[in-house]
Design a protein around this ligand. Sequence first.
Ligand SMILES: Cc1cc2nc3c(=O)[nH]c(=O)nc-3n(C[C@H](O)[C@H](O)[C@H](O)COP(=O)(O)O)c2cc1C
Length: 181
Amino acid sequence: MTTANEREILLAVTGGIAAYKAAALASRLVQAGFGVSAMMTRAAAELLGPPTLAALTGRPVELSLTQEENPIPHIAAARRAKMMVVAPATANILAKAACGIADDLVSATLLAFPGPILMAPAMNTVMWNKPATARNIRRLSEDGVHFVGPASGHLGCGDTGAGRMAEPEEIFSAIERLFPQ
Ligand SMILES: Cc1cc2nc3c(=O)[nH]c(=O)nc-3n(C[C@H](O)[C@H](O)[C@H](O)COP(=O)(O)O)c2cc1C
């Protein structure tokens, strides 16, 4: 059985426009000495090329629950890392995680992950202000999930308001604070 190494992080990227900032976060983590394994949802991989994260982490990026060479990728990934970070976290992954849905690699790994989970929500202001999103955040907080952001400001959709993903440096600080010693 593979067990978690020191300073091993699992970075899950979901399909928000802020996915490009996940590259800066991955780079920051690697430069700080973390081992970073990245996984992406299908939607995320349409917004940010997996080779970018592969190059920055020095590891292949996992994209699917079914892999020939890795028969149970969500369990293997969950065992490898000490902390899981979802950045950006879409409204969709918040809803799925709040309900315990495990129908793709990222959601299944979230359910299989035993350690601390940090999410950096990012979405349009109307999506962020919906009662469903507030309910999902509340439920996940009650389940012990940690959050960083979102901030208010310019959004990828052109609006200004709440829903902007926390900056990579702020997410990095939250990781340093929460990472199990
Ligand atoms: C260009 C583009 C940008 C998007 N940005 C966001 C976003 O910032 N936040 C969000 O919650 N959804 C966003 N979406 C919608 C999600 O991609 C969509 O809900 C998707 O199903 C999320 O899947 P995932 O959670 O599995 O990654 C965006 C969609 C597109 C096409």
